[in-house]
Design a protein around this ligand. Sequence first.
Ligand SMILES: Nc1nc2c(ncn2[C@@H]2O[C@H](COP(=O)(O)OP(=O)(O)OP(=O)(O)O)[C@@H](O)[C@H]2O)c(=O)[nH]1
Ligand SMILES: [Mg+2]
Length: 372
Amino acid sequence: MSSIEEQITEVEDEIRKTQYNKATQRHIGRLRAKIAVLRLERETRAKGKGAGPGYSVRKSGHATVGLVGYPSVGKSTLLTSLTSAESVAAAYDFTTVSIIPGMLRWSGASIQILDMPGLVPGASTGRGRGREVLSVVRSTDLVLFLVDPEHTNLRALIAELESSGVRLNTRPPKIVVTTHDRGGLTIASTVKLTHLAGGLAAEIAREFGLHNGHIVFREDATADQLIDVLAGNRVYIDAILGVNKSETLSEEERKRLRADLAPFDPIFISARNRVGLDTLVEKMGRALRFVRIYVKPPGRPPDREDPVILRTGSTISDLLRRLPGDLQRTFRAAQIWGPSARFPGQTVGRAHVLRDEDVVTVVIARGSQVAT
Ligand SMILES: Nc1nc2c(ncn2[C@@H]2O[C@H](COP(=O)(O)OP(=O)(O)OP(=O)(O)O)[C@@H](O)[C@H]2O)c(=O)[nH]1
Ligand SMILES: [Mg+2]
């Protein structure tokens, strides 16, 4: 029996040899599912040996950005230029990989930036301690790719991230899978499935050992999207791109790079000369999609000076966790004014999703101490 690595290579070769067309679509879909299953198995074994992912970086700030790029493109220089030298307090050595954190302020939010060792091709299979680096990337809120004029192969970098389960600039597919003990496999969809017709969805599910259960599609998903949902360990992270050492580039060269790097909209910087950094930071801050929440104590005006900073999609429950006192226990309701309120002063519960610049009053149960 060949090793998992050999089996993966075999299936990859077969995919490469197969021309993609209507007739082979199913075959390829099935093969891709096979690879995903083999990769899951490889991960499980690596974890068992204690070698795999499972170490993380101490997070601080409101969000974490990972600096990802080939060696020597200027990641460490950028971190030093972006963050005050003092904030690069210590090199946390994770026995094999050094990740240097720095802290940056943007519009009231503090953003942690992680400088990581350069990625090399083959990182996702473990080259250059790549798997450890990639496991840290998986835990970040935003990827900042950095290339320089000598290392512009962004696609290969993206491929490394993808094979470690990172999905960039896209949302989780609208597919819901439930497993049952028996009753076979049923599939329903609210839209016409153009990529997974003719039983392909069921065949892929079977590759994952799903024989009894229910799959609901709420979008016209591809085979890869279904595989992602079945594999279940995918993370969805946004990414932006900087081109460093750009002080050496002519207008013509920039234009060519821009075309090469599409659909990314690269920001040309010089980390060493501190050029373009404001634009980069602005783009980073916006990409993190913070929401600012103004807390209003009952009967008093809201505190507009010092908003609570949350990430987009956060709920009242997330807000409670960030406020002093035992609000998780004493919470009774919240009142909302602002973008997420259907009308001023609307009463909402813990699951209510907040929007940027909401004003919130927390109402606590009678008899509880008032939180200040
Ligand atoms: N011309 C130019 N050189 C730069 C710039 N920024 C960094 N460098 C140089 O690029 C080289 C590599 O910089 P580092 O910051 O160590 O690169 P790195 O990406 O952290 O490298 P690894 O940690 O090995 O992955 C150094 O010699 C820097 O001085 C820049 O804006 N322009
Ligand atoms: Mg470095």
